[in-house]
Design a protein around this ligand. Structure first.
Ligand code: SF4
Length: 337
């Protein structure tokens, strides 16, 4: 259950730009604006979905929150009972205690499991780093962790290639849990798995969340997954949040044409409930030189003249008793009959 009064992380105007260099002197000639002014709160105990097409900046935002890439600007404030800390201002040493509290599960567990090491070899590293000196104690903790993700403790002496994709992902989750984090960024954590295995891993994530009072930032391109596990959903396009509200509100009262198009692509079993598919033409434009006005206007099936010149603000609209944020000029137009 989320605690609306108690954000664990508060992002304000976060930007992550990567320089584009050219010429023999490698001068910076432009910037890739991967994250371009994101403000949002992540509440303790919630599952916040972050969705959008590939290239919209969601993975970069997740990595920026964890300081795996550096923010160019903005504040990332971590809050606990007694402290508020702007993570964006910390050096590597100061960041160390927060790395323990904020963990990530990647889409490809290979990236966090060294194929040359046994599972024990890979999972003991973070424990050693955070002061568990006795090997016997590390084996006990890793055995317990494997059991908590529904695997046998003796699997710790096997190598990553001996496991299926779903098992490797469970080991990736065990690795993230090993340092007892408070928030886990799940970056496309089930996207590479078969549908039946996806359901098992999602169930496991929800069980662990409830047992350990975890908070998840759940990054995915798949809106059919978020409906069942997320409390709120943020939709991202070209480095910005374009819609943010409670999950059930997003599916029943969509305000942004981009979200509408994403939702229309979800296959449904009941053909009577299938809405007309809105095909998004072309790819997400280059974040080096985003379109003027509303960045979505070249692909928007509802664009009007003002969309080409004016950037719509992300505004709050109260709907069904809860806040619903969206950025689209159409919402403010008077309804015509
Ligand atoms: Fe489409 Fe215009 Fe709304 Fe942007 S502001 S989403 S282009 S209607």
């Amino acid at each position: 259950m989320q605690d609306d009064q108690n954000p664990i992380l508060t992002l304000r105007d976060v930007k992550t730009y990567f320089p584009v260099k050219a010429g023999i002197f490698k001068r910076t000639v432009a910037h890739v604006k991967a994250v371009d002014g994101v403000s949002l709160d992540i509440y303790r105990g919630e599952v916040l979905g972050l969705v959008g097409e590939s290239g919209c900046g969601k993975t970069t935002l997740g990595k920026t929150i964890l300081r795996l890439v550096e923010a160019t600007d903005g504040d990332i404030t971590y809050s606990s009972k007694n402290e508020k800390t702007n993570l964006a201002g910390l050096n590597n040493e100061e960041m160390l205690p927060f790395r323990k509290r904020l963990q990530i599960v990647f889409q490809d567990p290979h990236s966090s499991l060294n194929p040359a090491f046994t599972i024990f070899g890979s999972l003991q590293d973070p424990l050693k780093k955070y002061g568990i000196k006795s090997r016997k104690e590390r084996r006990k903790i890793i055995g317990d962790l494997l059991e908590s993700v529904n695997m046998r403790r003796e699997y710790m002496d096997r190598y990553p290639h001996e496991f299926s994709g779903g098992q490797r992902q469970r080991i990736g989750i065990a690795r993230a849990l090993s340092v007892e984090p408070e928030l886990i960024v799940c970056d496309e954590a089930v996207s590479a798995l078969d549908v039946s295995i996806q359901a098992q891993v999602l169930q496991l994530l929800m069980k662990l969340k409830n047992e350990r009072n975890l908070t998840y930032l759940f990054i995915t391109h798949d809106l059919s997954v978020t409906e069942y596990i997320c409390d709120r959903i943020a939709v991202m396009y070209l480095g910005r949040i374009v819609e943010l509200c409670r999950a059930e509100e997003l599916y029943s009262n969509t305000l942004h044409p981009y979200t509408e198009a994403l939702l229309s692509a979800i296959p449904v079993a009941d053909l009577d409930k299938q809405t007309k598919r809105i095909v998004l033409e072309g790819d997400v434009p280059s974040p080096v030189n985003p379109p003027s006005g509303c960045p979505f206007h070249p692909r928007c099936h509802k664009a009007i003249d003002v969309c080409k010149t004016q950037v719509p603000d992300l505004k709050s609209y109260n709907a069904n008793g809860a806040e619903h944020f969206a950025s689209c000029h159409l919402i403010d137009l008077p309804e015509t009959t």
